[in-house]
Design a protein around this ligand. Structure first.
Ligand code: ATP
Ligand SMILES: O=c1ccn([C@@H]2O[C@H](COP(=O)(O)O)[C@@H](O)[C@H]2O)c(=O)[nH]1
Ligand code: MG
Length: 224
């Protein structure tokens, strides 16, 4: 079933419609491998810089908890460490954004692949201001996930390894894509929580447009 997504034109508040002024919504994507610290750092960024934090993984887990058919489909995919189809993910993300009156969204754990990027761009006609990339060694991420203890069904060695594979094969190319647009802001996420946040603060403190020199992240380029 095709899903409609919030378009740029629909991002108006009632007040804005009345005065025919478009609401300017700022979006920052936060991506990184499983366990790189996205959720941990997003909480701090949201608190300090006034963003609305939306974790797409969390939105999907809420759908599972609702007991819907879509939820059981998502649950099977998540247990396998695979990615949920973009139409489902983007529709749920859209609904979450529509339900919140905010002009600054921090989208945690999205986009995960080329299909996600295309669905988001095609349907919203919006692009992120920039993309925060938490770069962390795999052995450190695995250690963190195995001691997370939040009862997540996908935090077991077998699924974690599958999630790493999906990250390398599907998410890294999206980083290449945003790198080619000068939008990647990379931080070393293998350090302590405080040290990582210090690096992130520099990025979010760079003027109202967050215009900082792009990171020197070098890798193979994939044109979407
Ligand atoms: N810099 C850090 N040093 C040590 N432990 C950390 C660090 N950042 C986060 N952690 C811990 O690692 C675990 C994973 O962190 P977090 O949930 O933020 O990662 P994530 O990138 O959101 O993972 P996922 O993709 O699985 O949702 C948590 O238990 C968290 O407390
Ligand atoms: O855009 C997305 C985000 C997440 N998923 C699925 O959810 C799990 C968990 O995501 P976390 O960000 O680690 O909480 C992920 O492994 C995928 O199965 C997705 O498909 N698309
Ligand atoms: Mg997370």
């Amino acid at each position: 079933m095709p899903y409609s997504l919030l378009s740029a034109d629909e991002l108006f508040t009632e007040d804005d419609r009345g005065s025919a002024k478009q609401k300017k919504v700022k979006i920052v994507f936060v991506i990184g491998g499983p366990g790189s610290g996205k959720g941990t750092q997003c909480k701090r960024i949201a608190q300090q810089f006034g963003y609305t934090h939306l974790s797409v993984g969390e939105i999907l887990r809420q759908e599972i908890s609702s007991g819907s058919e879509t939820g059981s489909m998502i649950q099977k995919i998540m247990k396998e460490g695979k990615l949920v189809p973009s139409d489902v993910t983007v529709r749920l993300l859209q609904q979450a954004m529509q339900g919140i009156n905010s002009d600054k969204f921090l989208i945690d754990g999205f986009p995960r692949n080329e299909e996600n990027v295309k669905a988001f761009e095609d349907l919203t006609k919006m692009e992120p201001e920039f993309v925060l990339y938490l770069d962390c060694p795999q052995d450190e991420m695995e250690k963190r996930l195995l001691s997370r203890n939040e009862g997540r069904e996908d935090d077991n060695v077998e699924t974690i390894r599958k999630r790493f594979k999906v990250f390398m094969e599907s998410t890294l190319p999206t980083i290449e894509y945003y790198e080619s647009k000068g939008k990647i802001r990379k931080v070393d996420a293998g350090k302590s929580v405080d040290e990582v946040f210090e690096s992130i603060k520099v990025i979010f403190s760079q003027g109202k447009d967050n215009k900082v020199p792009p990171s020197r992240h070098k890798c193979k380029c994939l044109i979407l």
